[in-house]
Write a protein that binds this ligand. Structure first.
Ligand code: ZN
Length: 236
């Protein structure tokens, strides 16, 4: 049942406020890479109903169910083109895009959201509370994973035991790391949110900043990160 009270077609100014500074810094970093942005033909098959849209420094996701498609975050500069190309490659280009779901307000996640909503006539949802449910893909539950931002959310697909983790961690070169402190509101809270995520006992996780890898591999990296940060906190 759709119970997200914040469904809106507006461009989420309240989200940009919380992520404004970090978003601006991230913008500088990502713009420096944007000329290298190319479409990737080696898209990973993370799940038959999940498409991963990849760019050099970030990814975003499209979920499919019997009613249509749902974009989870909207990518950054060039994201519109990458999305269209990815949908075409997957053969999903004629499926209706019904909704866009936002994990948090950083620019590399929301830059295209208003445009996508207008182009597709789709709703936008930014969950406010834990346990909000959205009636997509047999039920997705929003999970509050604060730390990166105060309102940072993950999305738990319980039926498949997959967790979309937003910017809870980054996962490159066979290693998971916390997002850089300058992008994190509270890194210690972020660590507690990693514990919240692992307590769901997922079989895989899908970060927005990660190398080409299966959800199970990202999960193994996240578990190793959790061990490292737990050991450093206890002084072992
Ligand atoms: Zn972020």
């Amino acid at each position: 049942m759709l119970s997200w009270s914040s469904v809106t077609r507006k461009p989420l100014p309240q989200l940009t406020e919380e992520g404004c500074l970090a978003g601006q810094l991230l913008l500088r970093y990502l713009v420096s890479q944007i000329l290298l942005q190319t479409d990737r033909n080696d898209m990973p098959i993370v799940h038959p109903r999940i498409l991963e849209v990849r760019a050099p420094a970030l990814n975003f996701f499209v979920l499919r169910d019997e009613k249509g498609l749902y974009v989870i975050d909207g990518g950054f500069i060039g994201g519109w083109r990458l999305l269209q190309n990815a949908l075409r490659r997957e053969g999903w280009q004629d499926e209706p895009v019904r909704g866009i779901v936002v994990s948090h307000g950083h620019l590399d996640h929301i830059l295209n959201v208003a445009h996508l909503a207008k182009a597709y006539g789709a709703w936008i949802a930014a969950p406010r509370l834990d346990a909000d449910h959205l009636d997509i893909a047999s039920g997705i539950q929003a999970v509050h994973l604060p730390g990166h931002t105060a309102g940072h959310m993950g999305f738990w697909w319980g039926e498949e035991k997959l967790l979309l983790t937003g910017d809870l961690f980054v996962s490159y070169r066979d290693e998971a790391r916390l997002p850089l402190d300058i992008f994190n509101l509270d890194s210690q809270q972020n660590v507690r949110s990693i514990e919240t995520a692992l307590a769901l006992n997922p079989r895989g996780v899908l970060p927005n900043h990660g190398s080409l890898a299966a959800p199970g591999e990202h999960l193994r990296r996240l578990k190793r990160l959790h061990k490292r940060v737990s050991a450093s906190r206890t002084g072992n």
